[in-house]
Write a protein that binds this ligand. Structure first.
Ligand code: ISJ
Length: 449
């Protein structure tokens, strides 16, 4: 099933501003016996990315064959234009599953600055790794990317030999231990923030806003992020898992339950995920919590706003749009309301155009969007960075998949900063919202202990 990926034609002059010529990548693939993704991610070398979906695709990437960065509100479009030039004329020999992809993400806000803990994270940054290992129902494949076929082939053989040296299994170990934690938003401040948001809601300026908190965790030892991500897989098998390392040693990672969008050809899948209650101690208690959410007017409204907004964004682009029934999404530590949404695109679109149209959904921003974003910027005393923003990949054809960067943290050696938030609507109770936010710290926090 060999195929050659044809790159899209760039729209206008899309050469990188630095004048470099990134065109003409070549990639070569070969099938592998199973390997340890953790060991590849751990192995010495530059820049690593890891991506796994609930459906079973897992990819780990090392090195940089091409890097794309951008800033500001135009960052989605800029990345798309630069990608067109990077992927133009791509010569790929290998199965579809092993094709080169660009991995990375965007900042939540347009005006992102790369300051601590987000040092090294640009407002938009993607890499096409030099080496990719992908595991899917098409098998496990090694792909090497280079400036031409000779380089790709040489790199493929080098890495193939190198992989044989790595351990086939790597223990995922235990957490590094938590020495201390610091909150950006103690309970008293949180109550004030939520009350202020409720005032705006009562004034009619705002219908919903998602407010978040950060929790900075000092560890007892250095964190092994690939091992942490591996442990997250066991607790949250039906979530995404990602890890994006930057050049200065920082790593953003997490296990988000929420798909922002996936696009293959003209098929688009997304979802509304909003509304949170705890898991119960018994199956009965679990159901009671879930039913409270299904029956409650506040939860219905809060969730409905997300469905409506996604529908409004996609409808003009779609020849068909299906909003499925609302269901309960049960995770190890929390339950959510979920509505799957599918669309068939009317015309060809790049997945980044869909990302731009959808981000931020009111599951992480609010309604109306501009007032909600302004409220978030004015209220939150920390930098969202890449938290709650699109994280994922796209390929030469403009297909790809993005999760919402939730249940996540940014790690630098012995500190991890975690982020979690919750939707505030009329009738929200600050103390209940506080409890729900604490549940959302748990996926990562539990793995650090
Ligand atoms: C904001 C977060 O989660 C989002 C907000 C939710 C809510 O308000 O109930 C539920 C799921 C996510 O869409 C987070 O995990 O930090």
């Amino acid at each position: 099933m060999d195929r050659t990926l044809g790159g899209r034609q760039p729209t206008g002059d899309s050469r990188p501003a630095d004048g470099s010529d990134d065109t003409g990548l070549a990639s070569r693939s070969r099938e592998l016996e199973d390997v340890s993704f953790g060991a590849i991610s751990e192995a010495d070398g530059t820049c690593r990315v890891q991506w796994a979906t609930p459906e079973g695709l897992e990819v780990v990437g090392r090195g940089v064959a091409a890097r794309l960065t951008a800033r500001g509100p135009e960052r989605f479009e800029t990345i798309r234009e630069r990608a067109a030039s990077v992927f133009e004329g791509l010569d790929h020999t290998g199965p579809d599953a092993a094709r080169p992809r660009a991995f990375g993400g965007f900042s939540f806000h347009d005006g992102h600055e790369s300051v601590a803990p987000w040092t090294g994270f640009e407002a938009a940054s993607f890499v096409v790794p030099e080496v990719l290992v992908s595991r899917s129902d098409e098998g496990t494949w090694l792909t090497a990317v280079g400036d031409d076929a000779t380089e790709a082939t040489r790199r493929l053989e080098e890495w193939h030999d190198g992989l044989l040296e790595l351990p086939a299994m790597r223990p995922s170990g235990t957490g590094p231990g938590v020495a201390s934690t610091r909150r950006t938003t103690p309970l008293e401040s949180w109550r004030e923030q939520v009350e202020q948001a409720l005032d705006r809601i009562e004034d009619g300026e705002l219908t919903k806003v998602v407010l978040a908190q950060a929790l900075s965790v000092d560890l007892e030892g250095p964190i092994d992020v690939p091992a942490t991500v591996e442990r997250l897989r066991r607790q949250y098998p039906n979530c995404y898992r990602f890890l994006v390392g930057n050049a200065t040693g920082g790593t953003f990672f997490g296990a988000p339950p929420e798909r922002l969008v996936s696009k293959r050809g003209d098929r688009v899948e997304t979802e509304a995920l909003a509304g949170s209650v705890p898991r119960g101690e018994t199956p009965e208690e679990d159901d009671e919590h879930a039913e409270r959410m299904l029956d409650n007017e506040k939860f219905r409204r809060e969730h409905g706003l997300v469905v409506e907004s996604i529908r409004d964004q996609l409808a003009p682009l779609a020849s068909k749009l299906t909003v499925d029934d609302r269901t309960i999404r049960r995770l190890a530590t929390i339950q959510h309301l979920q509505t799957p949404i599918e669309a068939t695109l009317e015309a060809d679109q790049h997945v980044l155009e869909l990302v731009e149209a959808l981000h931020p959904t009111p599951a992480v921003g609010g309604v109306p969007p501009e007032t909600a974003l302004e409220t978030i910027r004015e209220t939150e005393s920390f930098d969202r960075g890449w938290y709650a923003a699109p994280i994922g990949w796209f390929d030469a054809d403009g297909d790809g998949e993005f999760a919402v960067g939730l249940r996540s943290g940014v790690a630098t050696d012995e500190t991890v900063t975690l982020f979690a938030g919750n939707g505030i609507v009329a009738d929200s109770d600050p103390d209940e919202e506080w409890e729900e936010v604490q549940l959302k710290f748990r996926p990562i926090l539990d793995e650090l202990r």
